[in-house]
Design a protein around this ligand. Structure first.
Ligand code: NAD
Ligand code: TYD
Length: 362
C-alpha cells in the first residue's frame, strides 16, 4: 500500500481528488490533513467513514508538530499539497492570512518532509514525492495578443493571493534543487465543478440565480479565465504523480477561454432550461454590474502542450459539458450547499463583498 497525505482534502479540489484516487487507485491509502477553515467541509467525503483506506486528521500545515506526527504516524510516502487560502477577493481584504498559510505553511510542510524522508544532508530515498498544486495566477495577466503561458513564462503575480502562491512555488523548487527533495509542481487554471465553495464565480452565480438574487459581474465582465473542469484536473495530478519527473513543473488548462460575462450568461440559459421558474426567468435579467476588483487581472490562458506530450493528458470536458454537469450537481445537492451558505461567516462575507462593490445586499 502507498500512503498519501493530501493537505486541504476537505476543500473543493482536494475533495474531488480524494474521490478520484480512492476510486481509481486501490493500492493507495489517503490521509486527509485539513484545518477545516471556512472553506473546508468534510461532508463531501462522509461516505468514507470507516473505510480503512481513508483517514481524516484535523491539522494545520503551519504547525510543525502536527505535520511531523501526521507523516510519521501514517508512514507517508507521497504528499499532495492543496491546502491554501484560495480566494483572490479575500486576499485583497486580508493578505496576511495568505502569507501565513500559503508561504509559511508550505515551508513547514517541505521542511517536515525533508526531515522525515531524508534527515539532514543524506539522500532522499526513492519513491517519495511532494506534489505542490499551484495556479496560473503566478504568471500575472496577458494582453489580448500575447500567447498562452508555458512552463517557461516568467512569474509576475499581481494579487496577494497570486504572490503568496508564487512564494510557495519558489520554496518547493528550492527544496528540490538544494536538498534533492523529489518535488513536482502543477500550475492550473480556474477550476469548476462539484463541491466548490460558493464564493467563487460559477457556484455563486448558480446559487444566486436559483434564489432570484443579483448576479454580480465585476467591471465590464470581459475578463478572460481559462476554465478547467475539476475532474480533468484531478486526472492530470494523478498522471503527474504516476509518471511525472521530479523537479518538473506542468501547466494544466481547460482549453476554454470565455469572458466572464459569457460564463454567467451560459449558466443563466442552463437554468432557464433546467429550472424554468417564471418568477426568475430569464435568469439573465438578474445580472448586475458591480465595481471591479482592484488590480483585476484581465486575461489568463494556459498552454498545456507539455503535459499532453509527456504524460498523455488532455481534458475530457468542454465548457458546455462541464458547466451542464456542474449546474446539475448544484441543483441536485442543495442540502449540501445550504449547510455551507447558512453559516453566518459565509453570509457576512457575501454581504460585505457585495456592498463593497456598490451593490445593495438588502
Ligand atoms: P479551497 O479554498 O476550496 O480549499 C482549501 C482547503 O485548505 C480547505 O479545506 C481548508 O480548510 C484547507 N486549509 C486552509 N488552511 C489550512 C491550513 N493552515 N492547514 C490545513 N488545511 C488548511 O481551495 P481549492 O479551490 O480546493 O484549491 C486547492 C489548491 O488549488 C490551492 O492550493 C489553490 O491555490 C490551488 N488552485 C485552485 C484553483 C481553483 O480554481 N480553485 C486554481 C488554481 C490553483
Ligand atoms: P473567481 O471565481 O473569484 O476566481 P479567480 O479570481 O481566482 O479568477 O473569479 C473568476 C472571475 O470572475 C474573476 O475575473 C472575477 C470574476 N467575478 C465576478 O465577476 N463576480 C463575482 O461575484 C466573482 C466571485 C468573481
Amino acid at each position: 500500500m502507498a500512503n498519501w497525505l493530501v493537505t486541504g482534502g476537505a476543500g473543493f479540489i482536494g475533495t474531488n481528488f480524494i474521490h478520484h484516487i480512492l476510486s481509481i487507485r486501490q493500492d493507495v491509502t489517503v490521509v486527509n490533513f485539513d484545518l477545516l477553515t471556512y472553506a473546508g467541509n468534510p461532508d463531501g467525503l462522509s461516505m468514507y467513514a470507516g473505510n480503512p483506506r481513508y483517514r481524516f486528521i484535523k491539522g494545520d500545515i503551519c504547525d510543525r508538530k502536527q505535520v511531523d506526527a501526521a507523516l510519521r504516524d501514517n508512514c507517508i510516502d507521497t504528499i499532495v499539497h492543496f491546502a491554501a487560502e484560495s480566494h483572490v477577493d479575500r486576499s485583497i481584504l486580508g493578505p496576511m492570512r495568505f502569507v501565513m498559510t500559503n508561504v509559511n505553511g508550505t515551508a513547514t510542510l517541505l521542511d517536515a518532509a525533508r526531515d522525515y524522508w531524508g534527515r539532514e544532508g543524506k539522500d532522499i530515498p526513492g519513491e517519495k514525492r511532494f506534489h505542490h498544486i499551484s495556479t496560473d495566477e503566478v504568471f500575472g495577466s496577458l494582453k489580448p495578443d500575447e500567447p498562452a503561458w508555458t512552463e517557461a513564462s516568467p512569474y509576475m503575480p499581481n494579487s496577494p493571493y497570486a504572490a503568496s502562491k508564487a512564494g510557495s512555488d519558489h520554496l518547493v523548487r528550492a527544496y528540490g534543487h538544494t536538498y534533492g527533495l523529489p518535488v513536482t509542481i502543477s500550475n492550473c487554471s480556474n477550476n469548476y465543478g462539484p463541491y466548490q465553495f460558493p464564493e467563487k464565480l460559477i457556484p455563486l452565480v448558480i446559487l444566486n440565480a436559483v434564489n432570484g438574487k443579483p448576479l454580480p459581474v465585476y467591471g465590464d465582465g470581459q475578463q478572460i479565465r481559462d476554465w478547467l473542469y475539476v475532474e480533468d484536473h484531478c486526472e492530470a495530478i494523478r498522471l503527474i504523480l504516476e509518471k511525472g519527473k521530479p523537479g518538473e513543473t506542468y501547466n494544466i488548462g481547460g482549453m476554454n477561454q470565455p469572458a466572464n460575462l459569457t460564463i454567467v450568461k451560459t449558466i443563466c440559459s442552463l437554468l432557464d432550461e433546467l429550472v424554468p421558474d417564471p418568477s426568475f426567468c430569464p435568469h439573465e435579467k438578474l445580472i448586475t454590474y458591480v465595481q471591479d476588483r482592484p488590480g483585476h487581472d484581465r486575461r489568463y490562458a494556459m498552454d498545456s502542450t507539455k503535459i499532453k506530450r509527456e504524460l498523455g493528458w488532455s481534458p475530457k470536458y468542454t465548457l458546455e459539458t462541464g458547466l451542464r454537469k456542474t449546474v446539475e450537481w448544484y441543483l441536485a445537492n442543495q442540502d449540501f450547499v445550504q449547510k455551507l451558505t447558512d453559516r453566518s461567516d459565509f453570509k457576512n462575507w457575501m454581504d460585505e463583498n457585495y456592498t463593497e462593490r456598490g451593490g445593495s445586499s438588502k
